[in-house]
Design a protein around this ligand. Structure first.
Ligand code: UTP
Length: 483
């Protein structure tokens, strides 16, 4: 171990007010010393101390609250044809999008670096089994959709996956074990996002063990700088990728490759396009697409008063109706700019109070019952006000969004699996096949449509009609591609 290097790292922590990180140094064996040092080297002390000064040492409970919401207006959006939108305009966008997909200009980008604490699953969230019958994992669902879209558009769709140091190895192992789900190896790219030190209420970096610093991923907004820092953006440029289709790992209903969405993004020369879904009820816990000072922003439900969330217009419809569901198309050069840390284009950090295990002065690990620390994270939607021509298109919830967030209840494996079944039923009905469903549209049998057979409803209808041997829809059926 290079003593001069050790001393200089320790000195830097001392100067920054975090000397306590090395409190147990003299007790550590060489392996633990190496571990602590390598973790310490990942900490950007300057960044942490600026965040502490801004978010911990002064009271900043909310960055967008009270009078800051005065000049807020609902953001305009392009209406879906099923809700009165202009069908010819959508058809034109679909054609534009299809051309771009065929030309290899679109890549998929799944953010899977989160910790998935609410689900309480031991492993990367993408390895969670979700499909109703065969229990395919989230990653397999996305892989099948991407493989099917590549085939459909006669191209190779590259897939970038954001992991964090915490779940990277297990994620890669899942792909290797499953032979990358049949995807070309060279089309799957992992990008590891940064971790940032967590601090206590006084702004001191928390030690979670004698040789371990409490670090957490820097938020889904950190995905943009991870794309730049890992050179994935340069790789995209080399591959000819111009549009990045961004989605979250917990939403298997997502239409990853959606020509209409891509088409609108290109036709409007947008740097960042988003899908909105109408809120299901006034107090639904989603962000709201709004306009403030001429810029598009997302305002979290927690930052908006109940009165605003419930407000209606003269026609009785919700004033702030546009729910944000974290589905975006990014322009590659925009990510290079925003993720490259240019001062005028940096995403802000937010603070979150969390229960963070720590080691006490007696050397015992403590698991607090109440939030004792602060974690910092960036939100991807904070890129919206920085984007030129940010546009929003309306999507239909049932076709695009049913996340797995909680272990039970709303947005759980059960609700998501049922939503998948409902979508299969709608696809079959659209293809002219009768299927018995209950009043909520849920089929009375359990079956599955493989996403390697069809990635969305339009695709399914075509594929179904092309099938030479159409199966009877019975319990236990799996509709798969004909070999
Ligand atoms: P969530 O906000 O739902 O967080 O992330 P989470 O970590 O998955 O789950 P909880 O809150 O601990 O229960 C939304 C999406 O953003 C990704 C997640 O993997 C998920 O796809 N994400 C979140 C990252 O990629 N990195 C992060 O630092 C945070």
């Amino acid at each position: 171990m290079d003593l001069a290097k050790v001393n200089s790292i320790r000195e830097a922590f001392k100067r920054a007010g975090h000397a306590h990180v090395f409190r147990y140094w003299d007790e550590l064996n060489p392996r633990s010393k190496t571990r602590l040092l390598s973790e310490a080297q990942t900490i950007d002390l300057d960044e942490i101390n600026k965040l502490v000064a801004r978010h911990v040492l002064i009271d900043s409970a909310s960055e967008l609250s009270g009078d800051k919401l005065d000049d807020l207006e609902p953001a305009p959006f392009i209406q879906n044809p099923s809700n009165g939108g202009d069908i010819l305009r959508w058809d034109k966008a679909i054609k534009t999008g299809e051309l771009a997909i065929r030309a290899g200009k679109v890549a998929a980008f799944c953010v899977a670096g989160g910790q998935g604490t609410r689900l309480g699953f031991n492993g990367p969230k993408g390895t969670f089994p979700v499909t109703p019958l065969t229990k395919k994992t989230l990653f397999q669902v996305f892989a099948e959709k991407i493989r099917r879209s590549s085939k459909r558009y006669d191209t190779v769709i590259h897939w970038f996956i954001l992991t964090s140091e915490i779940n990277h190895a297990a994620t890669v192992q899942h792909f290797e074990f499953n032979n990358y789900f049949g995807l070309p190896l060279e089309s799957v790219h992992f990008v590891v996002q940064g971790l940032i030190g967590a601090v206590d209420q006084k702004g001191k970096i928390i030690l979670s063990g004698k040789d371990t610093i409490a670090r957490t991923p820097d938020g889904h907004g950190g995905s943009l700088r991870a794309l730049v820092r890992s050179s994935a953006i340069e790789k995209m440029e080399m591959l000819g990728v111009e549009c990045i289709s961004y989605f979250q790992v917990d939403n298997p209903l997502i239409r990853i490759i959606d020509p209409a969405f891509i088409g609108f993004h290109l036709e409007e020369d947008s740097e960042l396009s988003s899908k909105m879904i109408p809120k299901a009820y006034p107090l639904e816990k989603v962000g709201h697409f709004c306009v403030q000072g001429g810029k598009t922003v997302v305002v979290e439900y927690s930052d908006m008063s109940e009165t605003m969330q419930k407000a209606t217009n003269s026609a009785g419809a919700l004033h702030y109706i546009s729910g944000s569901v974290a589905i975006h198309i990014f322009d590659r050069d925009f990510v290079a700019r925003v993720g490259g840390g240019e001062k005028h284009a940096e995403l802000p950090f937010h603070r979150a109070n969390k229960k963070i295990p720590f080691i006490d002065l007696a050397g015992n690990i403590q698991n607090p019952d109440e939030p004792n620390g602060v974690k910092f994270e960036m939100f991807v939607f904070d890129a919206l006000p920085l984007a030129r021509n940010a546009i929003i298109i309306e999507s239909i919830r049932a076709d695009d969004f049913s996340p797995v967030k909680n272990s039970t209840g709303v947005d759980s494996p059960k609700s998501c699996s049922e939503d998948m079944l409902r979508s299969y039923a709608r696809w079959l009905t659209a293809a002219g096949v009768n299927i018995e469903v209950d009043t909520s549209g849920l089929p009375l049998i359990n079956f599955e449509i493989s996403y390697s057979f069809a990635a969305d409803q339009e695709d399914f209808v075509k594929q179904w009609h092309a099938l030479s041997n159409k199966p009877h829809i019975v319990d236990g059926l799996i509709i798969e591609p004909e070999i």
